[in-house]
Design a protein around this ligand. Sequence first.
Ligand SMILES: [Zn+2]
Length: 309
Amino acid sequence: MEHLSMPPLSRVAICGGTHGNELTGVYIVKEMQRQKQDKVGSLSVTPVLSNPRAVDVCKRYTDTDLNRCFTSALLSSPITDSTPYELRRAQELNAQIGPKGSESAVDLLVDLHNTTSNMGLTIIMYSISALPSHIFKYIQTKMAPVPVAAIQLDLSLSDCYSLDSVGKNGFSIEVGPQPNGVLRADIFNMVKKAVDLTLEWIEKFNSGCTFEGGDIEVYSFVKSIDYPRDPVSGEMTAAIHPKLQDNDFKLLQPGDPLFLSFSGETVKHEGDALYPFFVNECAYYEKKIAFHLARKITKTIPTLSVKSN
Ligand SMILES: [Zn+2]
C-alpha cells in the first residue's frame, strides 16, 4: 500500500451561501460567525459567507453563478465596469482564502450546498488530491447507517470551476432534498455533523493518526442529460419520469424510464447502465440539465499520515 505523508493542516475555510438560496450553509456559517468559532485546537477555522448579495435577496446568484467563476482563466480576467458581481466576488474570495494553486491558500476549503434532488449527503470532490477521499471515508464510516456518497470530477486544477478548488485541498458537501429558500433541521443537523467530523478528522491527522488506505467507491461523472424539447421552440416537452424522480444513485439499465412526455409517452434510457444524480435539480433547468449520469468506480487511496518536521 502506498504511504503518503503531508504537512499538518493549519487553516480551514468553511464556506456557505455560495448559492444564496441554499440555506443550510448560510446558517451554519452565520452561526459559526456568531459564536466567533475561529479555532479548533491549533487549527484556524474561517467561516465565509461566499455570496452575501445573493444571500440578502435569497437567490442562487445576482448576475452569474458564483460557483462557476473559479477557473484560473476567470480568476485572472481583468475587472471592468461590465464585470458581473459574482466574478468580482470570486476574485475577492481568491485573494482572501487563496490564491488558488499558491502556498498561501487555505489548507482545506469545505463549501456547503443544498440540492432539491434526493441525493442525501454527498461529497463532491476533484480527483487531484487524496485528502478529501480520506475525509469522505471518515464521514461515511462515522455517519452510518446514514448513506454518504462521493462524486468525483476529473479536471485539471486550472479548469476546476468551483469555490472548493481555491483551497490546497477542498470538497463540497451537497445535501438534499431541500427546497431553495427553505431550512430543514434534519438536513441542518446532517451537514453540521459532517462539518464537525471534518474538523475532528483534521485534529486526528495533525496529532499523528495514520489513516489506512484502501478501496472506496465513488461516482465518476460521465455526462449530463437535457429534457426532451420541441426542436423548433426549444420548449420542454416532458418531465422527469415518476420512476426516476427521487431515485438518485439507483442504477439505470437500458430501457428504464427517464422522462414522461406531456402527451403521455415514456422516454427510455439507452446505452450503458449508469447512475443518475442531481435528478430534477431546480437550479439546473436554466443550464438545460435534467440530471447527470455517472459510473461507479473503485478508487484505491494511499495510507495518509502527517509529515513530521
Ligand atoms: Zn449550490
